[in-house]
Design a protein around this ligand. Structure first.
Ligand SMILES: O=C(O)CCC(=O)C(=O)O
Ligand SMILES: [Mn+2]
Length: 207
């Protein structure tokens, strides 16, 4: 298949570059064709070892409002919201997604965190991806399959800087680059709208 056949006129994969104060994003709205994205959504839903984690809040165990899974090169352990994770080994679906993301970003990733947002009630709260296992300044690549959700960003210290927001669509890739994680937090808020389930994959480099 040649490049022209890969994208319909409505699925332009032209990169959008966002220079934020103290951050940089590159967004590829259609890094995957709809046909590819449909297949990845279906396969990842079925094949992934999804887990339901809890977080401790005010001394109570509360289930995270999403399912998660951690995959990567063996020996790359990672602590996420106080949860120690041992990665599952890469499978062929993930290797395929990883290859596309590495082509776009020119970064070799050694791990990925998957999130499954079952309904609009699933979400991720304000945070930045700045755990000590992650190398500061290293690109994080965020892949979305399924229902469109809002991705909202807020500067950590400069209150005069406006929030920034993107709609993460089916088959899109968002690269968060440079010092973005050091200066910005992000969230995927809950929504009352009827939305399809969504899988997000954030590819990371763990040291
Ligand atoms: O689902 C998303 O788009 C974001 C997920 C996220 O921020 C994370 O896993 O760290
Ligand atoms: Mn994050």
């Amino acid at each position: 298949m040649n490049q022209l056949e890969l994208f319909s006129p409505f699925e332009s994969n032209e990169a959008q570059n966002f220079e934020l104060p103290d951050g940089n994003l590159i967004f590829y709205p259609a890094a995957f064709t709809t046909v590819e994205a449909d297949r990845f959504l279906k396969n990842l839903k079925q094949e992934t070892f999804w887990q339901q984690d809890n977080i401790k809040m005010y001394g109570k165990e509360i289930p995270l409002p999403r399912l998660t899974a951690w995959y990567g090169d063996s020996g790359r352990n990672y602590t996420y919201s106080g949860i120690a994770m041992n990665p599952h080994p890469w499978n062929s679906t993930l290797r395929e997604v990883k290859q596309r993301v590495e082509q776009l970003s020119q970064v070799s990733f050694n791990s990925v965190l998957l999130n499954l947002y079952r309904t609009g009630s699933d979400s991720v709260n304000w945070h930045s991806d700045d755990e000590p296992e992650l190398t500061p300044g290293q690109t994080i690549a965020s892949v979305s399959f399924g229902g469109t959700r809002r991705f909202v960003m807020k500067h950590k210290t400069k209150t005069e800087v406006d929030k920034f927001e993107l709609k993460l669509t089916h088959g899109s890739v968002l690269l968060m680059r440079g010092e973005t994680q050091q200066h910005w937090i992000h969230q995927v808020p809950k929504t009352k709208k009827k939305v399809n389930s969504r899988i997000n994959l954030t590819f990371r480099v763990i040291r």
